[in-house]
Design a protein around this ligand. Structure first.
Ligand code: BES
Ligand code: MN
Ligand code: ZN
Length: 483
């Protein structure tokens, strides 16, 4: 279900709204909320700290107060927006009057992150609830002077949140319903809606194209795999060309190397990389129209049907390299092998892949931070900067060449599992590198932040939409890499 609110911008508070929200800076309660009973606010623990909320009487009547902290910082307005949305869910029309506490460029930036937070804060996954949880919030007006720039930032924030909502829905939808073919149909809908070229390969076409990794993972399932390619082609000469690759395992049971029940609980979300790429692609025609962007999405589930890939089987990937499968639960790298090889064949300026690839990355960096590896320092720096500006936590992992020999196979070119079992996130990255040829490439292991077991900031339990904002930042700021 799409995020159910509309966001608008107006220079002054309209008088026909159901709720007005006021921003209050820590240490400035009396000035920012005239008439507020400070002692009562203190009793409720309200100090104006970031994203604290309080319903209180002011000189102008009842208001929802939201804390902005002592010195309002645009990057905090996502969680401030989400707190406002959560505090306003029972109102139909809400005016949010708090950007007056910021100046100039900060105000424009805060308008964008605020809009994202307001929209994301209303998100809930209700496709299987009848009736859905009662929220009546329908329209939010961001009040700010600043004209066009602020209005554009609000519209852009709402749009980005919309794409993140799509990613969350895909991640949250059960694997039995979001099958590879169902995912491909969703991609078709997005492509039709925003105007992207799309090509969908079925099992026979996947075999024809030599995508032996994807085929090998899919053979354990009665669900047909799909390989989706989406393209945004700019009018005129592109500013640059980027390939986005996303792991699309619609359910990961582990295959014959089967997981435990607990280990499978979140594995409907093992297509988060593909969903994130689809979400970002939906924004490209509007936000990065001059870029040539191609998305490669290998889609399958990882099951253990009667013809499932056996431990010890050898698969041949798109680039001709053979892979001995020593653990069928290391399936992500098998399908990414084909997708990365296809992406590299087109010789784009850069390849960025996103994948819920390893539990080891979650052990290393926790649930909120993605691991970054790659073959090109400048590109990696750019992606890290883009993530920083997007407020998405990302951290570089080492990428030691000595690990390459740990994926040597006795009978094939590669094995899909390191010999030591240690440094699993790095070994997976080293494996992927075998398929990108010489194209500048960054790998994002999003196994941690793609979903969350607890709600925090603007995130609800389940899919987060992590990665969309980083990709948008990379694409919109793109210039040719130094040679
Ligand atoms: N989809 C999992 C990785 C994962 C684990 C994502 C936990 C999110 C949370 C991946 O396919 C997998 O099973 N990886 C194995 C690799 C191992 C067999 C080398 C893992 O991490 O245990
Ligand atoms: Mn797996
Ligand atoms: Zn997986």
């Amino acid at each position: 279900m799409p995020i159910p609110i509309t966001l608008d911008h107006q220079p002054v508070v309209p008088d026909d709204v159901d709720l007005v929200v006021l921003g209050v800076r820590a240490g400035h309660l009396a000035a920012d909320a005239p008439g507020l009973d400070i002692a009562l606010a203190a009793l409720a623990g309200f100090e104006g700290n970031v994203a604290q909320t309080l319903v209180a009487q002011t000189n102008d009547g009842a208001r929802l107060l939201v804390g902005l902290g002592a010195e309002p910082d645009p990057t905090e307005f996502r969680r401030i927006g989400a707190a406002v949305a959560k505090g306003s869910l029972k109102q139909e029309t809400v005016a949010v009057d708090l950007l007056g506490h910021l100046e100039g460029a900060d105000r424009v930036a805060a308008a964008g992150t605020l809009a994202e937070g307001l929209a994301l804060g209303t998100y809930s996954f209700a496709d299987y609830k009848d009736p859905p949880p009662a929220t009546v919030i329908a329209s939010v007006i961001v009040v700010a002077k600043g004209g066009r720039k602020v209005a554009d930032a609000v519209a852009r924030g709402a749009m980005i949140a919309g794409a993140m909502g799509l990613v969350r829905d895909l991640v949250n939808t059960p694997g039995g319903d979001l099958t590879p073919s169902a995912f491909a149909e969703q991609a078709e809908e997005v492509a039709a809606e925003v105007g992207l070229e799309i090509e969908i390969l079925d099992r026979a076409a996947i075999a024809e194209a030599g995508l032996g990794g994807l085929l090998g993972v899919a053979r354990g399932s009665s669900q047909e795999p799909r390989f989706v390619t989406l393209t945004h082609r700019p009018v005129g000469r592109p500013k640059g060309s980027i390939a986005l690759v996303g792991k699309g395992v619609t359910f990961d049971s582990g295959g014959l190397s089967i997981k435990t029940t607990a280990g499978m609980e979140w594995m409907k979300g093992d297509m988060a990389g593909a969903a994130t790429v689809l979400g970002a692609m939906s924004l490209v025609p509007t936000l990065a129209p001059r870029m040539l962007v191609t998305a490669y999405l290998p889609l399958t589930d990882n099951m253990l049907g009667p013809d499932a890939t056996r431990v010890g089987d050898v698969l041949r990937a798109r680039n001709g390299k053979t892979i001995e499968v020593l653990n069928t639960d290391a399936e992500g790298r098998l399908i990414l092998a084909d997708a990365l090889a296809l992406a590299a064949e087109a010789e784009p300026d850069a390849i960025i892949d996103l994948a819920t690839l390893t539990g080891a990355c979650v052990v290393a960096l926790g649930e909120r931070t993605a691991g970054v590896m790659g073959n090109h320092a400048d590109l990696q720096e750019r992606v890290l900067d883009a993530a920083g500006a997007a407020g998405e936590d990302m951290w570089p992992l080492p990428f030691p060449a000595h690990l390459r020999k740990t994926i040597d196979s006795e009978i094939a070119d590669l094995r899909n599992l390191g010999t030591s079992g240690l440094g699993g996130a790095l070994t997976a990255g080293i494996f992927l590198q075998e398929f990108v040829a010489d194209v500048p490439w960054v790998h994002l292991d999003i196994a941690g932040p793609a979903d969350t077991t607890v709600a925090y900031d603007e995130n609800s339990r389940g899919g987060t939409g992590y990665g969309v904002r980083t990709l948008v930042n990379v694409l919109t700021a793109w210039t040719k890499l130094p040679a």
